[in-house]
Design a protein around this ligand. Structure first.
Ligand SMILES: C[S@@+](CC[C@H](N)C(=O)[O-])C[C@H]1O[C@@H](n2cnc3c(N)ncnc32)[C@H](O)[C@@H]1O
Length: 211
């Protein structure tokens, strides 16, 4: 189900600055070599993530769900000098691809890849984050949210992808992913610890500020 008319989505892409040659290469390789390439952030969302990062100028960023590294490279754009982006990916097979692109970008000192289940690894990260991006399996969104919120500073931000789930959040669908996202959206909306805005960019991004 398309949320935004194809022609409008196309128009938005046409009026968004071009990604770097490296990001274009990374996206192309994702489509050629990886399963479920549609998970990659891509031009529009990638640039949005970079802009948010430039605005916040974070010292520490946390990402859950690296996939092929597109969003990590975008999020790293606004990092302060000596800032670190910790990114967690479950799939060990993605490691060579991710590390190759971190190296090509010259970001070995600022992007730290953690391979494993975010639910196990998050409690072990002893850091305070200015910005976090949640983009892993949808059934665990509420669990990630709780673990991440603890680690984000007051006034810090959390971005959460796919919160419209191709429009299924307002359908009769009762599959586990749709329920996971609906439950998460309701939880955030009722959470007095944060303020939030649901952006209809691509598949929906929840922008959350810890208060
Ligand atoms: C939608 S993709 C991420 C896309 C990426 N953020 C981007 O924008 O290009 C979701 C990723 O989350 C990973 N993932 C799923 N469950 C996970 C878990 N429990 N811990 C860490 N990563 C997980 C998947 O292997 C997949 O690579």
């Amino acid at each position: 189900m398309e949320i935004i008319k194809e022609s409008i989505a196309q128009y938005a892409e046409t009026h968004t600055s071009a990604p770097t040659t490296l990001l274009q290469q990374l996206e192309r390789e994702t489509w050629l070599k990886h399963l479920h390439p549609g998970m990659v952030s891509g031009k529009l969302q990638g640039h949005f993530l970079s802009m948010i990062s430039y605005m916040i100028q974070p010292k520490n960023i946390l990402e859950i769900g690296t996939f092929t590294g597109y969003s990590a490279l975008c999020l790293s754009k606004g990092l302060q000098e000596n800032g670190i982006l910790d990114t967690i990916e479950l799939d060990e097979e993605l490691r060579p691809h991710i590390e190759k692109y971190i190296e090509k970008a010259g970001l070995e000192d600022s992007i730290k890849l953690h391979i494993g289940n975010a639910l196990d690894l998050l409690p072990k990260l002893d850091k305070v984050y200015d910005l976090a991006f949640i983009d892993a399996d949808k059934i665990n969104y509420s669990n990630y949210y709780e673990l991440v919120l603890e680690k984000v500073r007051k006034g810090g931000f959390i971005l959460v992808d796919n919160v419209l789930w191709f429009g299924k959040v307002i359908s009769d669908a009762t599959d586990a992913d749709t329920i996971g996202i609906r439950t998460f959206n309701k939880k955030v909306q009722e959470d007095k610890r944060v303020e939030n805005v649901l952006l209809t960019l691509r598949d929906g991004i929840m922008l959350i500020r810890k208060i």
